[in-house]
Structures are given as structure tokens and as C-alpha cells.
Design a protein around this ligand. Structure first.
Ligand SMILES: NC(=O)C1=CN([C@@H]2O[C@H](COP(=O)(O)OP(=O)(O)OC[C@H]3O[C@@H](n4cnc5c(N)ncnc54)[C@H](OP(=O)(O)O)[C@@H]3O)[C@@H](O)[C@H]2O)C=CC1
Ligand SMILES: CC(C)=CCC[C@@H](C)[C@H]1CC=C2C3=C(CC[C@@]21C)[C@@]1(C)CC[C@H](O)C(C)(C)[C@@H]1CC3
Length: 617
């Protein structure tokens, strides 16, 4: 069978249709994929998209309407989308840049507008409303200033003053926007995101194809089988007297050893208990009771109540070492739940409205889409499944398991107290989790919450991977004690604290900036404006290195493995996995940001040249 000739060739300058509209912009053809019948085209600021042949016209004979010629799509968009209104759209570069960047940005940012406003403000303490108003006023003044200096912003490093309207000062909200009160500054009111625009953007998200991650469709099959197998391997191997990798493979227990109905019951009970805490507004009652001015972060409340409940249960004679002795069965039960949840998520994503979808996870391949997840923030009424799974049962379960391992160590070795190494691992990881829960609204600026769909990868990651592999060090120490000298202990504590400092400071800086770029505490920072209206930090922590938060996290990971010593590789598994995960996330983020921010991202990369590890002179 002969293939029809390709109409446009590589290098051709043509007019590409703006997805979801009838406007055409000049693009250059980069490639043609005969399988998908899609042309890869590049816009003037370097953003790439895939277009169908019918969305491309040759420039010859193309009759641009005078209006559409003089106006960039970004400016058109700015009428309907509040973020654009406050941005420096009229800068000289935006006409070209927005033609490109706005496509991906509108899909991402507008959806984020719809979603993140969904997930903000519910827990606003009263005084935050005032703060928000002040900020709103602040923003209006700044906006006027901005309009005056409109034309000199292109690709220039500026002092931080830009206001980003999608931010506000409240705590996060997992309630639907229609329920929100009037407390929000006018600029951030949800009504401003016109329904039509949201639909258009959603439709775009459901049709746009993004490059496939994780080895594409074949990779998805691999990961689906490999990840659960790896969890079982670790669980079986670490419990052996000699867990060295040379002693591979671990003897496979009979199939029925993997299963215990009671273990399933406990896992379900734990998840339901966490769900109950998640929906209970007790934290505000507790705040009132403790005469606190602000609400306690609900995640923090959840871990405190969980700890009290567990302590009470232990006091009543509940033997937590059950967790150590039934680790395998508990892992199987959690895997089963994560699979059922992923099937549910996949099915509902097929019926979800386009504006609820994430970019990616719409490859059309059932296995890939099941793995990657397509719906961005699936909810049952106000219950946000992704947020809940990421921040509660697995994360708090991690601490519960560590604690159980400490008890198992005491029991196994007849100790009155856990070993130094066990205490360090427990305290370090507890600090990490408590910090995550205390700052849980910061998760709203992370990749998972913002960009990734909720599918098997995250459901399994949250419910199985985190509780059953992040606890490897504590599990290992139960049967492989590693006494620590005082200097070693001190050095490890210092390492942990340094890592934690970098991690917390850099995450808080970015989070504060994304929530309110006009925050006076950030006024010393330099930024690069982007065509999307959001800016990029180019000084402070994010000016030292790209992803300074990953650096802090890696130092902490090192401090978690060191107490286990160097006899075996297994307790170093987390460190090795984490390097791979973060390097991969960094490159995923690089290409996402490149797509989103176009040449502004390139400029950021030119200014901040190093990734994760800064150059030491
Ligand atoms: N323990 C664990 O298993 C894991 C822990 N983590 C930790 O979770 C935290 C969140 O990680 P993750 O979501 O991967 O990534 P980040 O929190 O670093 O988020 C990346 C996003 O930050 C924004 N950004 C990047 N550079 C800049 C800049 N210069 N100025 C302003 N904004 C910028 C971009 O989003 P935009 O511009 O759209 O706002 C980018 O997509 C990290 O601390 C990480 O270490 C992560 C994974 C696993
Ligand atoms: C191999 C596999 C299945 C990977 C899935 C990755 C997930 C396990 C991680 C993706 C991002 C995560 C984050 C945390 C836990 C691990 C996962 C879910 C996190 C909640 C840990 C606590 C931190 O303080 C954090 C809130 C910053 C962090 C957010 C990202």
C-alpha cells in the first residue's frame, strides 16, 4: 500500500491553527509522524505542538484578518481569563510567545485556575480575609504601575513586584468554587474564569497530546509489573538474615502467605479512619479550644489525633508488632486497594468533563492511561481523592510503621528502648512527615497536584510505595542492628538539619512566591517574567541552583540511610531510588516548564546553570 505524500515538509513556514479557535499563526514544520498523522510544529518562541493536517494552511494566499493580525491570542485570551489581565501581555515578545506558550499555558494554567481556586481558602482564618484584601489593593496599585511600564519587560530580569491573580492569602480549600464566599479579592473570584473559556481549555487538554513519559506504552506495562514486584522483593529480602544482593533471589513463600483477610481489614480501617479525620473540621474546634489565632493545619491535626489514638491503643494492650510480622500481607492488602482505586479512577476519568482532565494520560492506550492517570483532581463531592491519598493514609502510615518497627526491635532484642539508629530514623522521618503536613498547602504548587493525573502511579505510590518501601531503614534495623558512635550520631544529625533547612527554605520561598508574588518579604528577589503571566524566581534559593528543594531532600535521604551502616545495600535503596526519581522529575519538569514558559525558561536556565547540585567554586 502506498502512503499519500506528506503535504508539508520539514522546515516549511506555514500557518497553524490555534487549537480550539479559528485563528492561524505562523509556525515552522519540524516533523511529520506518519503513524499518528500529526505534524510537529514550532512557534516563534520555541514552543512545540502537534497539529493535524487540516489545522495547517500554507502561508501563500493566506488572508489574515487585520484584527487577528494585530492581536496575539494571548491578548484575546486576556479578555476572558483573569491571569492575563494583570500580566504584561503587551510586551514586545508576548505576541509571538503567547501564540505558542499560551496554548500549553492555557491548558495548564487555566485548568489550574479552575482547580486551584477550588483548592484554596476554605480554611481561611478570619484575619486572612483582611490580608487578602490588602493584597488585592496592593495588586491593583501594582497593576497600574505595571501598565505604565508595559513595554520594557520582555525577557528582562526584574525586581519582584508582579502580581499573579490566581494567588490569594487563604489556606487551601478542597471545596467546590461555587461554595466559596465573598471573602476572596475580586480579582480571584471564580466567576471570572468564563465557563466557555474553561471548556475550550479543557477540550484542548483532552485533544492535545503530550510526549509520553515513563517509556511510553511499553514502559507502562513494565512499571505496572515491576513496581509491585519490587515492593515484594524488598519486603522479602530485608527480613532475611543476610539481605545482600548476592543472596538473590529471596525464597518465594507459598502464595497463601501473601494473603491475610485480617490485614486487609486493618488497612481498610486505617484508610477509613484517616478519611474520617480528613472530613472532620475538628482542627478548628481544637484551635479555638487551644485559643490559637489560626486554624491548625488539618494534616497536622490528623497526625496528632492518629498518634494519640495509636498511643491509646498500645496502652490498651494492642500489639503493634503485628505490623512487623504481617508486613507482607499488609503490603498485599494495600496493593489490592490501590489497584481497585486505580480502576475506579480510570473509569471515572473516561466520563470526566474535559476541563477536569490533566494533560497527559490521554494517549488512547488503556494501559498507559491507567498507569499515568488522566483526571487531574478527582473528587467525590468535596473529597479530593488525590490530595487525600498523597497526604494522609500512606504518609501518616509511614510513621506508624516506623514506630511499630521500633517496638519490634525492642521485642526482638529484649531492649528497654529502641537503638540510637532506630531513634534517629524514626525522628528524622517523623520530622519530614510532620513538616509536610504542617506545610501541606505547599503541595498545591508541586508537580503531582498541579500537573499529573491521578492514576495507578500515584495511587500505588501513595498507598503502597511510600508506606512499604520508605520504611525500609526501620524494617532493616529490626534484625540488623547498627550501633552508632556519638560523633557519627552528631554528624548524621547535622547533615539531616542542613538538608532540612535547604528543603524547607527553598520550598517555602517558591510556595510563598506562587501564592503571592507581591509578598513584601520576597521583594528582594529577582524574577523573570514569562508570557503566561507567572514569573520565575531567579535569585534567592532558586537562583543558586534549579530545584534546590531536591538538593535538601537528597541530603536528608542520605541522613536516613547512614544510621543503617554500610554492611548492606538494601537500606540504601531509598537513597538510590530517590536520586533516580528526582533526576527524572527534574528533567520532566524541565520539559514541562520549557513547554509552558518557552524562551523565558531558556533564559532562566542560562541564568541559573546548574541543576540540583550547585557548582562549588
Ligand atoms: N519524598 C519523596 O518521595 C518525594 C519528595 N518530593 C519533594 O516534594 C517537593 C515538591 O517537588 P516537585 O513537585 O517535584 O517539584 P517542585 O516543588 O520543585 O515544583 C516544580 C515546579 O516549581 C515551579 N518552578 C520551578 N522553577 C521555578 C522558579 N525558578 N521560580 C518559580 N517557580 C518555579 C514550576 O511550576 P510552576 O511554574 O507551574 O508554578 C515547576 O513545575 C520537593 O521538595 C521534593 O523534594 C518530591 C517527590 C517525591
Ligand atoms: C515509583 C513510584 C510509584 C513513584 C510515585 C512517586 C510518589 C511515591 C511520590 C511522588 C511525589 C511524592 C511526594 C511526597 C511523597 C511521595 C510522592 C507521593 C511527599 C508527600 C512527601 C512529604 C513531603 O513533605 C512532600 C509533601 C513535599 C512530598 C510531596 C511529593
Amino acid at each position: 500500500m502506498t502512503m499519500p505524500p506528506v503535504k508539508y515538509q520539514r522546515g516549511d513556514m506555514v500557518m497553524g491553527r490555534w487549537p480550539g479557535s479559528s485563528l492561524y499563526y505562523e509556525v515552522k514544520v519540524l516533523a511529520f509522524d506518519s503513524k499518528s498523522q500529526l505534524y510537529t510544529v514550532i512557534y516563534k518562541d520555541g514552543t512545540e505542538l502537534e497539529l493535524k493536517e487540516q489545522d495547517i494552511k500554507s502561508t501563500a494566499g493566506f488572508q489574515p484578518r487585520s484584527r487577528s493580525r494585530s492581536r496575539s491570542p494571548g491578548r484575546r485570551r486576556s479578555r476572558s481569563r483573569s491571569p492575563a489581565r494583570t500580566t504584561r501581555r503587551s510586551s514586545s515578545r508576548t505576541a509571538a510567545a503567547v501564540a505558542a506558550a499560551a496554548i500549553t499555558d492555557s491548558a495548564v494554567s487555566s485548568r489550574r485556575d479552575t482547580r486551584l481556586k477550588d483548592v484554596e481558602v476554605m480554611l481561611s482564618p478570619v484575619q486572612q480575609t483582611k490580608e487578602a484584601e490588602n493584597n488585592s489593593n496592593n495588586r491593583h496599585e501594582k497593576k497600574e504601575e505595571k501598565q505604565k511600564e508595559e513595554n520594557n519587560t520582555a525577557n528582562k530580569v526584574n525586581e519582584t513586584t508582579e502580581a499573579e491573580p490566581e494567588k490569594n492569602q487563604g489556606r487551601y480549600n478542597l471545596r467546590r468554587r461555587k461554595d466559596d464566599g465573598d471573602a476572596k479579592p475580586a480579582e480571584t473570584r471564580p466567576e471570572q474564569l468564563e465557563e466557555k473559556e474553561a471548556k475550550r481549555v479543557g477540550a484542548l487538554a483532552s485533544t492535545l497530546s503530550t510526549p509520553l513519559d515513563f517509556g511510553g506504552k511499553i514502559g507502562a506495562y513494565f512499571w505496572l509489573l515491576f513496581l509491585p514486584a519490587w515492593v515484594f522483593f524488598l519486603v522479602l529480602q530485608v527480613n532475611r538474615e543476610d539481605p545482600s544482593l548476592t543472596n538473590f533471589p529471596p525464597p518465594l513463600p507459598p502464595l497463601e502467605a501473601f494473603w491475610d483477610a485480617q490485614a486487609l481489614g486493618f488497612v481498610i480501617l486505617w484508610i477509613l479512619f484517616q478519611a474520617l479525620l480528613y472530613v472532620t473540621p475538628m482542627y478548628s474546634v481544637l484551635s479555638l479550644y487551644l485559643s490559637l489565632n489560626t486554624c491548625l493545619p488539618p494534616g497536622f491535626f490528623a497526625i496528632v489525633v492518629s498518634a494519640i489514638t495509636v498511643a491509646a491503643a498500645v496502652h490498651q494492650g494492642v500489639d503493634l508488632t503485628y505490623i512487623h510480622s504481617h508486613f507482607l500481607q499488609l503490603a498485599t492488602a494495600s496493593l489490592l486497594i490501590s489497584i481497585l482505586l486505580s480502576v475506579y479512577l480510570y473509569i471515572r476519568s473516561r466520563y470526566a468533563a474535559p476541563e477536569q482532565l490533566a494533560l497527559g494520560g490521554n494517549s488512547g492506550n488503556v494501559v498507559y492511561d491507567f498507569f499515568k492517570g488522566h483526571e487531574l483532581n478527582p473528587r467525590i463531592k468535596n473529597f479530593d481523592l488525590k490530595f487525600f491519598c498523597e497526604m494522609r493514609p500512606g504518609l501518616i502510615g509511614w510513621c506508624l510503621i516506623n514506630f511499630a518497627m521500633a517496638l519490634a526491635e525492642m521485642k526482638q532484642h529484649g531492649l528497654d528502648a529502641p537503638s540510637n539508629s532506630m531513634i534517629l530514623v524514626n525522628l528524622f522521618q517523623l520530622l519530614y512527615v510532620v513538616d509536610g503536613l504542617w506545610n501541606e498547602e505547599a503541595i498545591l504548587t508541586t508537580m503531582d497536584l498541579m500537573h499529573d493525573g491521578f492514576g495507578f502511579m500515584l495511587a500505588f505510590g501513595d498507598l503502597v510505595w511510600v508506606p512499604f518501601t520508605y520504611t525500609m531503614q526501620a524494617y532493616y534495623l529490626v534484625s540488623h542492628p547498627n550501633p552508632l558512635s556519638l560523633p557519627a550520631l552528631a554528624a548524621i544529625v547535622i547533615l539531616k538539619l542542613v538538608g532540612f533547612y535547604i528543603f524547607r527554605k527553598s520550598n517555602s520561598e517558591k510556595n510563598a512566591f506562587r501564592r503571592n508574588p507581591a509578598d513584601p518579604r520576597l521583594s528582594h528577589l529577582k524574577t523573570i517574567p514569562t508570557a503566561t503571566g507567572k514569573s520565575l524566581l531567579v535569585s534567592g534559593w532558586w537562583g543558586v541552583v534549579r530545584h534546590p528543594n531536591y538538593l535538601g531532600d537528597l541530603l536528608m535521604a542520605l541522613a536516613w540511610s547512614l544510621p543503617c551502616g554500610f554492611s548492606h545495600l538494601l537500606p540504601w535503596y531509598y537513597m538510590i531510588y530517590f536520586i533516580i526519581l528526582l533526576v527524572h522529575r527534574d528533567s520532566r519538569d524541565m520539559s514541562d516548564c520549557r513547554r509552558k514558559y518557552g524562551s523565558a525558561w531558556d533564559e532562566y536556565c542560562r541564568t541559573v546553570r546548574y541543576r540540583i547540585i550547585p557548582r562549588v567554586y
